[in-house]
Every structure is written in structure tokens, then in C-alpha cells.
Design a protein around this ligand. Structure first.
Ligand code: CMC
Length: 374
């Protein structure tokens, strides 16, 4: 029996949503190269593409945006629940709890149809940024700022976090990260969502489980871990020495390596370009120092270990330069990946087969249960 640990190299199903094209080292969403989508399309348009299979026309986009903007506010019971959660818990725990609570509160009929799932998906797309922004402000000792229906999805997130919208170039860099994070085929969290869905459980349960899978530092938690790693190294001149010790201790270098890409993550060049633009416009010398350290570590890892950065490496520093706190980085990833997860939930249901693999047993041979005396 061949054992595929970590399901490496195993093809478990078909999908029409996205694929990594190894020959051209590119990722496509519904056939469109993600680099082109990131350069020319908004996150809302990409969400529509992932859910409906096509980019929206202007009327469809207006309708999509109106529905998204209308659903951003949180009701009182959600706000009260979130306020009760300890600040010692990670923001991913807050988000996971919020989605579970949305599920408990949603009394609408779920007939399992794509239309019902898309309506719930849009609700999550609209509300998750409100949760993330309120939680970041709470940890800074600040009151939440209500969403502004006059603002686009990305602009509104900055408004709810900071009470203002930065320069359009910063908003654009953020939106590029959302487009790049939106979907990535059968990654661990998406597969988790598909496993839960395959039992015919509900969408909120699948998304709650997916958030749990994304939280880990080998997956989405890596973008936050990148900032902790840069803080630990501290100085660009220490990058080589720090790396040598980390590799000797068999530590994983956060933001490097990928199960699917062996010669570089196709999303990195466009995110690195966005990061370079953020660095170029930063006036704080701290930004220049961090950028130099980021570059020094990238060169050192490539030279000494031959491993390329993944999307989390440039995205982590980019989010820091945009003003977000590191514990909010992975929740931002969720705000984006909710589109891919829910597209996969709908697809799984359309051709469902219970996901239930086998294991090769390596425990003790069968034995008799000892009888208990007396
Ligand atoms: N640091 C040090 N060594 C590494 C790294 C790394 N980041 N990535 C891979 N390697 C080494 C690994 O130690 C192994 O070496 P050896 O054969 O000598 O034992 C070899 O490369 C193969 O690695 P692997 O762990 O078998 O590869 P994998 O496909 O199981 O792991 C990974 C992929 C993403 C878990 C791993 O690269 C890793 O832990 N990276 C750091 C965490 C990270 O950045 N995660 C984000 C992933 S991409 C975005 C996302 O999905 O969220």
C-alpha cells in the first residue's frame, strides 16, 4: 500500500474554480491569470467571478456592491458577543466564533441550492471585515467605527480600522493582496471546508472549520509569523547569521516554501511589486530598515536553502506598512479567502462524494481485553 503523507501529490477531485499552471508558473481563477485580475479588477469583481464563474457586467457589479454594502453592519447580539471575548484570545478565534454565531443566528431556510449558498457567502464577505476592524480597534482600546456604505469594500475596511481612507495607491496595494489571497485550489483550509461540506453539514460549519485550518503558521498564520520573525532578527546585518542558526535548529522559515510551487510562488512578484511601492512612499526610516531586512533574508534563504518566498512573505510586511497589527494579518486573509472557500463549498455540493480516506494501521496486533479481577 502506498501511503501519501499529507496527501502530497494526490488528486482527490476535479474543480472548475482555479488551477496552478506549472508550465507557466501561474495561477488562474476560472481561466483568468491572477496577475491580470490583480492588475485590472477589483476584489468584488473577483468574488463574483469565483462564485458565478464569470466577471460581472456593470449592472451585475452594481447589484453585487449594493448587496455587499447593505450587509456590512453587525447586529447588537454579535457586537455584544465579540465584546465579551477575552483580549488574550487570538483575532482568528474571534473570527471563528463570529462565523459560528452567524450560523446559529441564521434562521433562513437552507435548501442547499447554489443561490442560498451565494446569499450566505455574500453576507460573510460583507460582515467579516466589520468583525476584524472592530476587534483590532478593541485591542487598541478604541470604539468600533460603523461601516460607510458610500465606500468600496477595501476603502471601507481602512475607514473602519483607522477612521480614514489612505492614499488610493495604498488601497490599491491592499486590494491586490485580497485578489491574490482569494483562491488557491485544494489548499488545507479549502480542503477542510470541502471535507465538512461532504458530510452535508452547513456552510457556516465548513467556514468555521476552514478558519481553524487557516490559523496555523504552516498555512495562513505564516503572514503574521513573518513579522514576528523579522522582529526577532532585528537588523539586516544579522539575517545570514540568524538563518544559519535557524536552519541548524531545523526551524521552518516563515513565508518560504510551498507544497505546490517548487520554483517560486506565482503570486509573489505582483505582491512584491505592491510592497516595493509601499516602501518607496514610506517616510519612516523604520520602514526602510524593515524592507532592507526583508530583502536580506530573502536573498539568504534562496542562497543557502534554495527556497523561494510564498505570498505570505511580501504580504506580511505590506500589511505592517499599511498600519495593521500582525494578529490581524491572518483575519485579513480570511476576508479574502472566504470567496474561494464558499465557491468550493458550492462546487462540492454540486457533485458530492463523502470524503473519507483510509489509513494504514500501525498499532498493536489484535489482543484480548484483560479481565478485571473481582
Ligand atoms: N524553512 C525551512 N525549510 C523548509 C521550508 C521553510 N520554510 N520549507 C520547506 N523546507 C524544507 C524542509 O525542511 C524539507 O527539507 P528536508 O528535505 O531537508 O527535510 C524540504 O524543504 C521539503 O519541505 P516540506 O516541509 O516537506 O514541504 P511541504 O510541501 O510539506 O511544506 C510548507 C510546505 C509550506 C508547509 C513549508 O514550506 C513551510 O513550513 N513553510 C513555512 C510556513 C509558510 O510559509 N507557510 C505558508 C504557505 S503558503 C501560503 C498559505 O498557504 O498560507
Amino acid at each position: 500500500m502506498t501511503i501519501h503523507r499529507g496527501l502530497a501529490g494526490v488528486v482527490v477531485d476535479t474543480t472548475e474554480i482555479s488551477t496552478v499552471v506549472q508550465q507557466t508558473n501561474s495561477l488562474t481563477y476560472r481561466g483568468y491569470p491572477v496577475q491580470e485580475l490583480a492588475a485590472h479588477r477589483s476584489f468584488e469583481e473577483v468574488a463574483h467571478l469565483l462564485w458565478y464563474g464569470e466577471l460581472p457586467d456593470s449592472g451585475q457589479l452594481r447589484d453585487f456592491q449594493a448587496r455587499e454594502r447593505a450587509q456590512r453592519p453587525l447586529d447588537r447580539s454579535t457586537s455584544e458577543l465579540l465584546a465579551r471575548l477575552p483580549e488574550t484570545c487570538h483575532p482568528m478565534d474571534v473570527l471563528r466564533t463570529a462565523v459560528s454565531f452567524f450560523g446559529a443566528e441564521d434562521a433562513t431556510e437552507d435548501d442547499g441550492s447554489p443561490a442560498a449558498h451565494r446569499a450566505k457567502s455574500l453576507t460573510l464577505l460583507a460582515k467579516l471585515p466589520t468583525v476584524v476592524a472592530a476587534d483590532q480597534r478593541r485591542r487598541r482600546g478604541l470604539d468600533p467605527i460603523p461601516p460607510d456604505p458610500e465606500l468600496g469594500h477595501a476603502e471601507n475596511f481602512f475607514h473602519m480600522c483607522f477612521g480614514g481612507v489612505p492614499d488610493p495607491e495604498v488601497v490599491r496595494c491592499f486590494e491586490i493582496s485580497l485578489v491574490l489571497y482569494a483562491e488557491h485550489s485544494f489548499n488545507a483550509s479549502t480542503f477542510t471546508a470541502r471535507v465538512v461540506t461532504s458530510t452535508l453539514s452547513d456552510l457556516y460549519s465548513a467556514v468555521t472549520a476552514a478558519i481553524g485550518a487557516l490559523k496555523g503558521p504552516l498555512h495562513g498564520g505564516a503572514n503574521e509569523a513573518v513579522m514576528h520573525m523579522l522582529a526577532e532578527i532585528g537588523d539586516p546585518r544579522r539575517a545570514e547569521e540568524w538563518l544559519a542558526r535557524a536552519l541548524a535548529d531545523r526551524r521552518k522559515i516563515m513565508g518560504f516554501g510551498h507544497r505546490v510551487y517548487r520554483h517560486g510562488d506565482s503570486r509573489v512578484p505582483i505582491m512584491q511589486d505592491a510592497l516595493d511601492r509601499l516602501v518607496a512612499r514610506a517616510t519612516d526610516p523604520e520602514a526602510t530598515r524593515l524592507a532592507a531586512l526583508h530583502t536580506a533574508l530573502r536573498h539568504a534563504v534562496l542562497t543557502h536553502k534554495g527556497i523561494h518566498p510564498n505570498l505570505d512573505y511580501p504580504a506580511g510586511l505590506a500589511y505592517h506598512l499599511m498600519g495593521f497589527d500582525p494578529p490581524a494579518f491572518t483575519p485579513i486573509f480570511v476576508m479574502s479567502r472566504i470567496t474561494g472557500w464558499t465557491a468550493h463549498i458550492t462546487e462540492q455540493l454540486a457533485h458530492n462524494a463523502l470524503i473519507r480516506p483510509l489509513a494504514s494501521y500501525a498499532g498493536p496486533d489484535q489482543r484480548a481485553v484483560p479481565t478485571v479481577a473481582g
